[in-house]
Design a protein. Structure first.
Length: 50
């Protein structure tokens, strides 16, 4: 992903991931531009990618 450190081998996963940058969700990653509508999703993201 050009906006964060997300990588995947599957195009469908990447297409789904791109939506996290298209919508302004209330919970945001402190390390990159990832955001989500749930706090737990951001915590999982941080644990996986940072």
């Amino acid at each position: 992903c050009s906006e964060c450190e997300y990588t995947t081998q599957r195009r469908k996963h990447f297409e789904r991931h791109e939506w996290c940058h298209a919508v302004d969700y209330p919970f945001k990653c402190e390390y990159c531009s990832f955001s989500s509508n749930t706090e737990i999703a951001v915590k999982r993201h941080v644990a996986s990618f940072h």
